[in-house]
Design a protein around this ligand. Structure first.
Ligand code: ATP
Length: 867
C-alpha cells in the first residue's frame, strides 16, 4: 500500500506532439454513443397514438362515404399537429443532448511536465493520469504508483466491496468506469474508448432509459382519466344526437372529433418537453439537471442541507495568521499569489530566521499535494484550496520546496479522519508530517515545539492552544493544526500519536457575496437552510452569523451519534447547524427530515457523500470541486458550486411546475367550453354548432400552440414569497376545477348565443361565427391562465413574447380559416362581416377583463393545496 514506484518511467508526461500522434492512431477516448432517435422516426412517432390512428380510420370512412373534403381536412389537421409535436420533441431532444455534453467528465494528466485538467475524451494511450479519492477512472490504466488505493469495481464485476490495488500486483490495472474510493494513484493509459474493458460491456448493454418523473406519472393518470371521461361524453353526445334524429354519420364524426380533441393524449409529452426546456433554462443558471425528475422536485424543495466550504464560502483560502505557544504571526497578501510576507511584531520573518517557523512551514508544504502555477492571468493552483493556501504560506516564508522523491509513505486525508500524515526523508532523518483539524491533532500531541526544540505539552500550553483555536475560529477562520514526529524509515502501519505540535494556521475563506441574499430568498420562499459542515462548530457558527443564517443550536457529529431518532427530530424542529460531521451523518439527517415529510435538497462533493445524495429528494453535487462519484449520485450538478444557484434552481423548478399547471388548466378550460356548447346545443335541438374538422382545428392546432407558449411563461413576482408546494399536490385542484368550469360555462354559452343570433343568416354563417367565437374566446382566456393569482397588469402584458406571437399567429390562422378560400372549403366556413366580429369581440372582452379585475382585488386564490 505504500508508494511503490516513483514517476521514473515518465516524469514529464507526453508532449503535445506525442499526444497528436497518438490521437491520429487511436482517436478520442469516447464510448460509442447510444444512437439518437432519427428525425424521421421522431416524426413518424407523432402519428402513432391510438386516437390519431382512429382519426386515420375516420378519414378513411369519410373517403369511403365520398366526403373527400373532410378526409383531406382531417389528414391536414393531423399532419399539422404532427409537425408541431415533432418540432417540440426535436427541440427537447436537442436540449437534453446539449446537457449531456456539458456533463462530460474531466481527468488530471501530466503533460509537458505539468499537471493539467483536461477533458477525459482527450486522453491518449501513454498519458500519465493522476487519480484521487472520488475520481472515476477515465481510461484503462496501468498503475505506476499508489497510496492506500481502494477501488470500487462494481460496475464491471458486480462486487460491491472496494478492492485494494497496488502497482506491485500481478495485474496492476485500473479499469475505465471504476472509481477510486480512497487513496491516490498514478497510472499510464493503456486503452481508451471502445477498446477498454468498460467499452466492450457498454457496447453490449446499450442505452439506459430514463424512468418517468412523478409529474409525468401523475399527468399520465390524469390524461387516462380525462380520456375515459372524454370517450364517455362523446358516446353520450352521439347517442343523444342519433336519438334526436340527427344524421348518424355526422354524429359519429362529431363524437369522434370531440373524443380526439378532449383526450389530452399529448399531456405527458408536453410535460417532458417543458421539463427538457426547463433543464436548458436551468443550465443557463448554472444548475445542470442530470435527471428531469429533479426539476419538478426542486420546485417542492422545503429544506436545503448545504455544506459550507466552497458552497457558502468562496473556497479561496488564504493563510492569515499563525499561532505558536507564546507568539503569533500575521501573514499579508491575498489568494495564491506568494507576493506577501510573514511578520511577527511588525517585523518580517523568513524560515531561515526562525527554526520553529521553518519546521511548521516545512511540514505544511511537505504534507501537501497542491501546486501553484504562475500564468499570464496571475497565480493559480491545482489541488485542494486548504493545501494550496499552506503552499502559498510556505512560499511567503521562503521555506525550501520539498522533493516529492523523498516521500516514503502517506496516510491520506479523508473527511472522516480529518487529518493527513506523510512520512518523508528530511536530510538524514525520517519525519512524519501531520496536518488536520485541531481537535484531532491536539489530542494526538504530547509535545510542543519551542526555541530549544520539542518540550512536553503541559496542560496550560494545551489550554492556550485550544483557546487560540477558539479565538481564530470565532473570527470565521478555518484552523489547521500542524504537527510532526520522528519516524522510522519504513513503517507499514505507523501510528499517528505522540506528535510534536508546531502550531495552528488560521485560513480565511470569505463567504460568497451573493449567498446572504440567497439565504434570505430561501427563507422568504419557506425553504429552510441547514448547514452541515466538516469544519469546526465555532468557525461554522461565525460564518453562519456572517451570512445571516438562523442558528439556534450547533450539534457536532460526535454529539449526533449519541442522539436518538426522536431527539434528532426535536433538534431539527428549530434552527440548527451541524459541524464536524462525516458523510454518514448527512445520510441520517436526510432520513430524519424525510420522516417529517420534508422534501430535502442535499449538497455533497466527496466520495462518501454518494449515499446521502442518493437518499435526498434532490442530490446536489459540485461541478468544480465535486468528485465524479458524487456527481454520478446526484440529480443536479452546480456548475459554479454556489449555494445561490440552488435557490435559483428552486425558483426555476417552481416556475416549471406552475407553467405545467397553467397550460393544463388552460387546455381543460378550452375543452370544457366546447363540451358545454355541443351538449347544450344537442338539448336545444339546433343544427350542429361545430363540425368535426373545426373541433380538430381548434384543439389540435390553435390551442396546442397557445398552450406551448404558456409553458414558457416567466416566473411570477410572488413565486418565491410563498411556501413550497406539497409533493403530490394535484395539478388541477378544486379551485382550479371551479375556474375551468366557470370558463367553460361562459365560453360555451357565449358561442351558443352567437350561433343562435346568426342562425337566421344560414347555418354556414352561424357555424363559422360560433367556431370563430370559440377560437377567439379560447385565445383570450389564456391571459387569465398566465398567472395563478396575479393580474397581467402586475406580471406585465408583454412579458411573454412567445405567447403574444402565438396569439397573433393563431388569430391570423383563424382569419385565414374564415376568409381564405382553400381553408374555407376544408373547414366549411363562410366569410364573416363586421356585425359578427363585433359580437365576438364584445363577448370576448369579459374573458380578459373579469379575471383581471378579480385577481386585482385579490379574490382569486386557485391554489388552496399549499402548505
Ligand atoms: P464542508 O463539509 O463544509 O465542505 P470542510 O471542507 O471543512 O467543510 P472536510 O473536508 O470534511 O469539511 O474537512 C474537515 C476538516 O478537516 C477541516 O475543517 C480541516 O480542519 C481538516 N482538513 C480539511 N482539508 C484538509 C487537508 N487537506 N489536510 C488535512 N486536514 C484537512
Amino acid at each position: 500500500m505504500t508508494q511503490t514506484a516513483s514517476l521514473s518511467e515518465q516524469t514529464t508526461g507526453l508532449t503535445g506532439a506525442e499526444v497528436a500522434a497518438q490521437r491520429a492512431i487511436h482517436g478520442w477516448n469516447e464510448l460509442p454513443r447510444p444512437k439518437r432517435v432519427s428525425p424521421l422516426v421522431l416524426f413518424l412517432r407523432q402519428f402513432t397514438g391510438v386516437f390519431i390512428l382512429i382519426l386515420f380510420i375516420a378519414a378513411g370512412i369519410a373517403l369511403a362515404l365520398g366526403d373527400a373534403i373532410d378526409t383531406i381536412a382531417i389528414l391536414l389537421v393531423v399532419l399539422l399537429n404532427g409537425i408541431l409535436g415533432f418540432v417540440q420533441e426535436w427541440r427537447a431532444e436537442n436540449a437534453i443532448e446539449a446537457l449531456r455534453n456539458m456533463l462530460s467528465p474531466n481527468a488530471r494528466a501530466l503533460r509537458d511536465g505539468r499537471e493539467q485538467h483536461i477533458q477525459a475524451r482527450e486522453l491518449v494511450p501513454g498519458d500519465l493520469v493522476i487519480l484521487d479519492a472520488g475520481d472515476r477512472v477515465p481510461a484503462d490504466l496501468r498503475l505506476t504508483s499508489d497510496v492506500q488505493l481502494l477501488v470500487d469495481e462494481s460496475v464491471l464485476t458486480g462486487e460491491s466491496l472496494p478492492v485494494d490495488k497496488t502497482a506491485s500486483d500481478e495485474d496492476p490495472r485500473l479499469f475505465m468506469g471504476t472509481s477510486v474510493v480512497a487513496g491516490r494513484a498514478e497510472g499510464i493509459v493503456q486503452a481508451i474508448g471502445a477498446k477498454t474493458e468498460f467499452g466492450q460491456i457498454a457496447r453490449m448493454t446499450g442505452s439506459v432509459r430514463e424512468r418517468p418523473t412523478p409529474l409525468q406519472i401523475q399527468l399520465g393518470k390524469l390524461s387516462r382519466q380525462l380520456g375515459l371521461g372524454a370517450v364517455g361524453i362523446a358516446l353520450v353526445i352521439v347517442v343523444i344526437g342519433v336519438l334526436t334524429g340527427r344524421e348518424p354519420v355526422e354524429m359519429f364524426m362529431t363524437g369522434l372529433s370531440l373524443a380526439v380533441a378532449l383526450v389530452p393524449e399529448g399531456l405527458p409529452a408536453v410535460v417532458t418537453i417543458t421539463l427538457a426546456l426547463g433543464a436548458s433554462a436551468m443550465a443557463r443558471q448554472k444548475a445542470l439537471a442530470r435527471r428531469l425528475k429533479a426539476i419538478e422536485t426542486l420546485g417542492a424543495a422545503s429544506v436545503i442541507c448545504t455544506d459550507k466550504t466552497g458552497t457558502l464560502t468562496e473556497n479561496k483560502m488564504t493563510a492569515a495568521t499563525i499561532w505558536m505557544p507564546g507568539k503569533t504571526y500575521s501573514v499579508t497578501g491575498t489568494g495564491y499569489d506568494p507576493a506577501g510576507h510573514i511578520a511577527r511584531d511588525g517585523l518580517r520573518v523568513r524560515a531561515e530566521d526562525d527554526t520553529a517557523l521553518a519546521a511548521l512551514l516545512e511540514t505544511a508544504i511537505t504534507c501537501n499535494h497542491a501546486r501553484l502555477f504562475h500564468s499570464p492571468d496571475g497565480w493559480t493552483m491545482i489541488g485542494e484550496p486548504t493545501e494550496a493556501a499552506l503552499v502559498t504560506l510556505a512560499y511567503k516564508g521562503w521555506a525550501p520546496i520539498p522533493d516529492p522523491q523523498d516521500t516514503v509513505l502517506e496516510i491520506p486525508f479523508s473527511s472522516a479522519r480529518k487529518r493527513m500524515s506523510l512520512i518523508a526523508r528530511s536530510g538524514d532523518e525520517t519525519v512524519m508530517h501531520v496536518k488536520g483539524a485541531p481537535e484531532e491533532i491536539l489530542g494526538a500531541c504530547s509535545a510542543v515545539i519551542s526555541e530549544a526544540g520539542p518540550v512536553p505539552l503541559d496542560t496550560s500550553t494545551r489550554r492556550a492552544a485550544e483557546e487560540a483555536f477558539e479565538r481564530l475560529a470565532a473570527e470565521g477562520l478555518r484552523v489547521i493544526a500542524i504537527a510532526r514526529k520522528p519516524a522510522a524509515a519504513a513503517e507499514d502501519t505507523p501510528d499517528e500519536d505522540g506528535l510534536v505540535l508546531l502550531g495552528l494556521v488560521g485560513l480565511i475563506d470569505p463567504p460568497r457575496p451573493e449567498v446572504r441574499a440567497a439565504i434570505r430568498g430561501a427563507r422568504q420562499a419557506g425553504v429552510r437552510v441547514i448547514m452541515i459542515t466538516g469544519d469546526s462548530p465555532v468557525t461554522a457558527r461565525a460564518i453562519a452569523g456572517q451570512l445571516g443564517l438562523d442558528v439556534g443550536q450547533c450539534v457536532t457529529g460526535p454529539e449526533l451519534e449519541h442522539k436518538t431518532d426522536a431527539e434528532l427530530t426535536a433538534i431539527l424542529a428549530d434552527g440548527v447547524l451541524f459541524a464536524r460531521t462525516t458523510p454518514e451523518h448527512k445520510f441520517r439527517i436526510v432520513q430524519a427530515l424525510q420522516a417529517q415529510q420534508q422534501v430535502v435538497a442535499m449538497t455533497g462533493d466527496g466520495v462518501n457523500d454518494a449515499p446521502a445524495l442518493k437518499q435526498a429528494d434532490i442530490g446536489v453535487s459540485m461541478g468544480i470541486r465535486g468528485t465524479d462519484v458524487a456527481k454520478d449520485a446526484s440529480d443536479i450538478v452546480l456548475l459554479d458550486d454556489n449555494f445561490a444557484t440552488i435557490v435559483r434552481a428552486i425558483a426555476e423548478g417552481r416556475r416549471q411546475f406552475d407553467n405545467v399547471r397553467k397550460f393544463v388548466g388552460y387546455l381543460l378550460s378550452s375543452n370544457a367550453g366546447e363540451v358545454v356548447a355541443i351538449t347544450a346545443n344537442l338539448f336545444l335541438g339546433g343544427p350542429l354548432i361545430f363540425l368535426a374538422t373545426q373541433i380538430l382545428w381548434m384543439n389540435l392546432i390553435t390551442d396546442g400552440v397557445t398552450a406551448i407558449a404558456l409553458g414558457l411563461e416567466k416566473s411570477e413576482p410572488g413565486q418565491m414569497q410563498r411556501p413550497p408546494r406539497r409533493m403530490g399536490m394535484p395539478i388541477v385542484g378544486r379551485g382550479g376545477l371551479m375556474v375551468i368550469a366557470a370558463f367553460g360555462l361562459y365560453t360555451g354559452s357565449a358561442s351558443l348565443f352567437v350561433f343562435y343570433t346568426f342562425l337566421p343568416q344560414g347555418e354556414a354563417v352561424a357555424r363559422t361565427a360560433a367556431f370563430t367565437a370559440m377560437v377567439v374566446f379560447e385565445k383570450m382566456s389564456v391571459f387569465a391562465f398566465r398567472s395563478l393569482d396575479q393580474p397581467c397588469l402586475r406580471i406585465g402584458w408583454f412579458s411573454n413574447p412567445y405567447l403574444l406571437l402565438a396569439l397573433v399567429a393563431m388569430l391570423g390562422a383563424q382569419v385565414a380559416a374564415v376568409f381564405w378560400p382553400p381553408l374555407q372549403i376544408l373547414l366549411q366556413t363562410a366569410p364573416l362581416g363586421a356585425a359578427h366580429l363585433g359580437w365576438i369581440v364584445a363577448l370576448a372582452l369579459p374573458l380578459v377583463a373579469v379575471p383581471e379585475f378579480v385577481k386585482y382585488l385579490g379574490l382569486f386564490q386557485p391554489a388552496p393545496a399549499r402548505r
